[in-house]
Design a protein around this ligand. Structure first.
Ligand code: NAD
Length: 380
């Protein structure tokens, strides 16, 4: 692809940022500077396949460099802009887990709000020093969530014009950051782009989030916690489809505009959990492929007992406080104006995801053992 910009990608040791960095390095000629603080959610191993040494953060890829820094550190951000001289910045660094925002909102305000403001100021200072052509071509792209719009009832979709109505400390902090980005566009003329995306899933997803948590709990034979009755609806997008949308918006989006990203894949949480269970029943049956320990004989009849299914591990637990009922994205602006189409639907994407976790325990096992073992968060 004829895309050869110099890109700062903040938060690229995280789930979506690493997918974007892998896309930029594998399928374009872009040069990437990752800026990431490496919080509990930062996993440099996610960039190993594009040349990063996770132990030293040195890169064998001449188009990739890693700067371990906090986006709230104004001097470090000024230096990063001055030395790397980017054509664009994709801003994904954030505290991203709703349940953790319930337990400790302070870090969400610091990184998501103050950190975004700090980056905007660093970008503005750098941008003002560019010549006219470079100034016009520069983009500050802010990656946000559909959660800023609040909750839907049984029908309807979020459009770019839906009023903001965030309910969790996470979504409120993201809403604040979106407003800051718009303010820097409207006040200073900084060429900004905002994308609001639905729930992502896919490889390299930190195991605190629903889908990887369910996969790993299944493999451990642990209960599968489902909040409330599992009736909350989310609109799921495969992470690589999100990364492609971000690249497209960066190339073709109109400065000052917002684009919603979603692929019309609404599922209740219970459906999602049952789908993961069914794929694992097929690919890694409980009790092993030969019938194993789980499948004994049925009483005196001699007939084999039914094989235990992963679904039997589902446990309904107390709901998340302030849990939004339904999110669903209307992506027609992105599709009609910029020509985006997702490549995966939920069925194809979720199968790829389960297969990836089965094949890549080198990535998730150390996280599971040392950083997060599946405990309940965010009960307030
Ligand atoms: N995950 C989703 O479903 C989803 C959907 C829509 C939008 N988003 C948004 O996309 C972005 C990325 O989400 P994700 O799921 O990849 O998050 P993530 O939690 O997997 O990764 C976040 C990354 O940011 C880094 N980081 C955190 N605080 C930092 C700081 N102060 N300075 C520098 N780096 C810091 C972390 O180390 C980590 O590598 C976020 O802005 C999030 O709001 C996420």
């Amino acid at each position: 692809m004829a895309y050869s910009k110099r890109c700062i990608v903040t938060g690229a040791a995280g789930f979506i940022g690493s997918a974007l960095a892998r896309l930029l390095l594998k399928e374009t000629d872009a040069t990437v500077l990752v800026v990431d603080k490496l919080t509990y959610a930062g996993v440099p191993e996610s960039l190993k396949e594009v040349g990063l040494d996770p132990a030293t953060l040195a890169s064998s890829n001449p188009r990739l460099a890693f700067l371990k820094a906090d986006i709230c550190d104004a001097a470090a951000m000024d230096r990063a802009f001055a030395e790397f001289r980017p054509d664009t910045i994709f801003h994904l660094a954030a505290e991203s887990h709703v349940d953790r925002s319930i337990d400790g909102p302070g870090e969400f305000i610091r990184t998501n709000v103050t950190g975004t403001a700090t980056l905007l100021q660093a970008a503005r200072t750098y941008w003002q020093g560019l010549d006219d052509a470079a100034k016009a071509a520069f983009r500050f792209q802010h990656i946000s969530t559909d959660e800023v719009y609040g909750t839907l009832g049984a029908t309807g979709f979020f459009t770019e014009k839906t009023p903001y109505s965030p309910h969790s400390p996470y979504s409120a902090s993201k809403a604040a950051s979106d407003h800051l980005v718009r303010a820097w566009h409207d006040t200073y003329g900084l060429p900004t782009l905002i994308t609001n995306c639905s729930n992502n899933y896919g490889p390299y997803h930190f195991p605190e989030k629903l889908i990887p948590l369910i996969i790993l709990n299944c493999l451990d034979g642990k209960p599968l916690p489902v909040y409330g009755k599992g009736a909350n609806v989310r609109d799921w997008l495969y992470v690589d489809d999100h990364a492609r949308a971000l690249l497209l918006v960066n190339e073709k989006g109109v400065p000052g505009e917002t684009y919603n990203v979603g692929g019309h894949n609404e599922r209740t949480n219970l459906d999602v959990v049952k789908t993961v269970c069914a794929i694992l029943d097929e690919l890694r049956p409980r009790g092993g492929t030969d019938g194993g320990s789980g499948a004994g004989t049925d009483g005196g009849s001699g007939a084999p007992a039914p094989r235990p299914r992963y679904e039997d591990l589902i446990q309904f637990v107390a709901d998340r406080p302030g849990h939004d009922l339904r999110y669903a994205i209307d992506p027609s602006k992105l599709m009609n104006e910029l020509g985006w189409q997702p490549r995966e639907n939920f069925e194809t994407g979720i199968r790829k995801t389960v297969e990836w976790y089965l094949a890549n325990d080198w990535w998730w096992k150390p996280i599971h053992e040392k950083r997060y073992a599946g405990q309940r968060l965010g009960k307030a």
